[in-house]
Ligand binder design. Structure first.
Ligand SMILES: *[C@@H]1O[C@H](CO)[C@@H](O)[C@H](O)[C@H]1NC(C)=O
Length: 835
């Protein structure tokens, strides 16, 4: 009775004190020092038996407690696996299942099963049926409250199977003998055995096998995780409590049966394990842990031999789970009041993004040497010639960004693999190609003059690059004057001859998804669907909030985009350039190879921000505004057009689809839940088409009937709303920077990459919107309808405006293009060999 009580107490203490990182080392120390503990106990405790320390070390000694080698190895394997698993997952959630399994195998106390018929109340806790029920209950609540993953659960099954095998192996001979003795005549048999020496022998023979297994487990874990921070004091403390718990558990198993170790273990887990306070914390779990631990305590008491009279005193240990329960309840209550309720995912995303952005800004190189080192570090390449003059130019023009030009490097990298001569040849081929529609420009470094065979592009570049003279080598470059991107690199497996050829194909008004995604690895689609929802621990509650703008734009990860965007379904113009040739475009797709430069549209009159047309935040209407025309794709097929991005957005905002389900987040008990509704706050959306175009005549008629077409709107009407929407047309939207510069907050949906992607931060300067649009009702309702949401919208509006004035000026575009020109000059240098 004493050893069972001590085993219960120390096992619970182990469970309470241990942490994943000390689990394995403390177990090693425990099994290495257990003999010392035993000797201490023997010297100062009960009368010593005949066995000496010398015979203890003999593995196959004649002493009755020593375990045969193979069985000991099996047991050691079980203990090792359990320990390793605890280091990973903290608790073995299926541990309680051991009790009925061992009982079924006949390892349990024989006494109770004989008396079963006589006991009515309390019911026999160690009968097969009741122990099965108790185990099922305990496992279910442990699985539920630990929130364990399915793969981990599968591993847990294997661990428990190993433990079961190990326990069975070392208990079978003893229990068989005990059982025979019991049947033969009474219950004194066990009392006569020289218990303590048995336990000592056992502990030693087991320890000799457990130690190497644990050492291997520790080595593997270190190799995998490279974590080696060991809190020595805690290891020693946990190890000594573990040694005590093992010692008394082994003793207790000699007093009754091996099954008692499983109920002791269950008690240890359920009496101390507080359901991971947080999302899952609930009174129901706290209460069910209490019940489960009291049941396992009862089972343990049932198994303690009847002759130890005061065994019912063990019930006093029920105070442990009761205390844990009270702490848990208090903990839940205290947590609820101590910590503010769960934050809205938008708020969580915004705060994380602000921290990332501020850190990025703080990291920019602050002198030329640092900028060179950073360039070398990032690209494993020397900066292009003229880099120092560029650095001086950037600093002179107060560019807040010095290092974030990875997109330039990514775009240029494929051409570094070609020689300068090959690049020039490819450019010449592209200019000469039929239907090429490429504009050819020349930049003269000496005068800073740009000449293009397209007056609009020439004018814009002159305006932006006017101040850059004398430091750039002469550069020739090709500019794509269309809205849509152009260039696809040849596929990796194509032969050298094909690589050299530059072809232009007219794919206008055709579905081009298969062309766009021909380079995607076949399995990449399925991988990402899983990733959607929660990334980086941010729970979006099943709404498609954009947590990563790069991943969101990645065509390879989103096979569903095939039918969601005009550019993929029926681009108005799509003159595909097949070949490795550098072409400057204002926007591109993740699978395409256009080199990005700031869209000349940003310099056009209608797209330049005019402070005089804007108004103060408080005067703006508390709604979302968008008006525009039906660009984005050529509409010639019945109903296909309903899937184009602009059409989908307007249909949503005008609530045109009968029976459509809208998703919102509702707060309950301080926690958000997704809730469906058939209602859209229609008055929150001031959205509509003003012009129907890019459609076959009959389709235009259908579109006019379907949509609530608005009268033509003033181009600055958007600035009268707190929230303004911006989305792709045939290509990038030229309004974006103007809206960003305004005092309104921009909600931005786009599939295109742009030159500014690296300097603009989603959730900081604008609110990103998914292609799916499923989060839009909640976005708008939260940003307009809650105090916290309106404050966030205002912050985004202000930060976007402030940042546009600092990092999206003409000077910033010049800094970008200047650096791009240096790289373009390098790749087309006729002297440069392929790298
Ligand atoms: C490309 O094809 C479209 C439709 O098939 C046609 O309208 C257009 O004129 C063509 N463009 C060129 C440059 O050939």
């Amino acid at each position: 009775m004493f050893s069972a009580g001590a085993a219960l107490l120390f096992s619970a203490l182990v469970q309470y004190l241990t942490t994943p990182n000390v689990e394995l080392p403390s177990e090693v120390v425990c099994w290495a020092t257990l003999p010392a503990v035993i000797l201490l106990v023997r010297r100062y405790g009960s009368v010593s038996r005949a066995t000496t320390s010398k015979t203890l070390l003999g593995t196959a000694s004649r002493a009755s407690g020593a375990v045969p080698s193979t069985k000991a190895w099996l047991f050691a394997l079980g203990v090792g696996a359990a320990c390793w698993y605890r280091a990973e997952e903290r608790i073995i959630v299926l541990w309680p299942a051991l009790t009925p399994l061992l009982l079924l195998a006949g390892v349990g106390p024989v006494t109770t099963s004989i008396k079963t018929g006589l006991r009515v109340f309390p019911p026999p806790l160690t009968a097969r049926w009741s122990s099965g029920l108790i185990a099922a209950f305990s496992c279910v609540i442990l699985v539920g409250s630990s929130g364990i993953s399915l793969p981990s659960l599968a591993v847990c099954v294997a661990v428990v199977a190993l433990l079961y095998g190990g326990y069975l192996a070392i208990s079978s001979p003893a229990s068989a003998v005990d059982g025979d003795a019991e049947h033969a005549g009474g219950q004194q048999g066990r009392g006569d055995a020289p218990e303590s020496s048995q336990v000592e022998d056992m502990a030693l023979s087991l320890g000799l096998r457990i130690l190497p297994i644990l050492a291997i487990a520790m080595g593997v874990r270190f190799l995998v995780s490279h974590e080696l921070q060991v809190a020595l004091f805690r290891v020693v403390m946990v190890a000594s409590v573990k040694a005590l718990s093992w010692f008394f558990t082994l003793k207790a198993t000699r007093d009754s049966s091996w099954c008692v170790s499983s109920t002791i273990g269950t008690f240890a887990i359920t009496s101390t394990y507080s359901s991971a306070l947080g999302d899952r914390s609930s009174y129901a779990y706290a209460a069910s842990h209490l019940v489960a631990s009291l049941l396992s305590l009862g089972q343990t008491i049932d198994m303690v031999p009847k002759e130890s009279k005061p065994r019912t005193r063990l019930w006093a240990l029920g105070v442990l789970p009761l205390m844990a329960f009270i702490v848990n309840m208090g903990g839940i209550g205290a947590l609820r009041t101590l910590f503010p309720p769960e934050k809205h995912p938008i708020e969580v995303l915004a705060r994380a993004a602000e921290a990332d952005f501020d850190a990025m800004l703080g990291r920019q190189s602050f002198n030329y040497m640092a900028a060179v080192l950073e360039y070398q570090r990032r690209y494993n390449l020397e900066p292009p010639s003229g880099f120092e003059a560029w650095y001086d130019f950037a600093v002179a023009h107060a560019s807040p960004i010095i290092d974030e030009f990875d997109m330039i490097h990514q775009a240029i990298a494929p051409f570094l693999k070609m020689s300068g001569q090959e690049v020039r040849e490819a450019m010449a081929q592209a200019i000469g190609a039929k239907d090429g529609k490429l504009c050819h420009c020349e930049f003269k470094g000496e005068t800073g003059e740009t000449r293009c065979n397209n007056p609009q592009i020439q004018g814009t570049l002159l305006r932006w690059l006017g101040g850059v003279t004398g430091k750039i080598p002469d550069v020739e470059f090709l500019v794509n004057p269309l809205d849509e991107p152009r260039v696809m690199l040849p596929e990796a497996e194509s032969t050298g001859e094909e690589r050299e050829r530059v072809r232009v194909t007219n794919l206008s008004r055709k579905p081009v998804w298969d062309v766009l995604t021909r380079g995607c690895a076949p399995e990449s689609g399925s991988l990402t669907l899983k990733k959607q929802g929660a990334r980086g621990g941010i729970n979006t509650h099943g709404l498609p909030f954009v947590t990563d703008t790069n991943a969101d734009k990645d065509l390879c990860r989103h096979p569903e985009y095939r039918d969601m965007h005009g550019i993929a379904m029926s681009p108005t113009t799509f003159l595909l350039v097949d070949g490795a040739v550098p072409v400057l475009s204002s926007g591109t797709l993740t699978t395409m190879a256009d080199v990005l430069f700031p869209s000349p549209a940003y310099a056009e009159d209608g797209f330049v921000y005019d402070e005089g047309r804007d108004m103060e935040w408080d005067l703006k209407a508390n709604n979302l505004y968008w008006a525009g025309s039906t660009t984005g794709g050529w509409a010639a097929n019945d109903d296909e057009w309903k899937k184009y991005h602009r059409h989908r957005f307007v249909a949503l905002a005008q609530d045109l689809e009968p029976g459509k389900t809208y998703w919102y987040l509702r707060k309950q008990d301080g926690v958000f839940h997704r809730a469906a509704s058939s209602l859209l706050g229609r008055d929150l959306f001031d959205v509509g088409f003003t012009t129907i175009l890019q459609c076959r005549d009959d389709i235009c008629d259908s579109e006019k009937q379907y949509f609530d077409v608005l009268p033509r709107a003033d181009k600055d009407a958007a600035l009268a709303s707190k929230l303004v929407f911006d989305l792709d047309g045939n290509g990038i939207s030229g309004r974006f920077v103007k809206l960003l510069s305004s005092r309104s907050a921009v909600l931005k949906q786009t599939l295109f990459r742009e030159w500014h992607d690296e300097r603009l931060a989603a959730w900081v300067h604008y609110i990103p919107v998914s292609q799916d649009l499923g989060e839009v009702p909640e976005l708008v309702s939260w940003l307009t309808g809650t105090e916290e949401g309106r404050a966030r919208a205002k912050t985004v509006a202000e930060r976007g405006r402030e940042w546009a004035a600092r990092a999206m000026r003409d000077e910033d575009r010049a800094v970008y293009i200047y650096r791009l020109m240096l790289e373009l000059a390098r790749i087309q240098d006729p002297e440069r060999p392929a790298m």
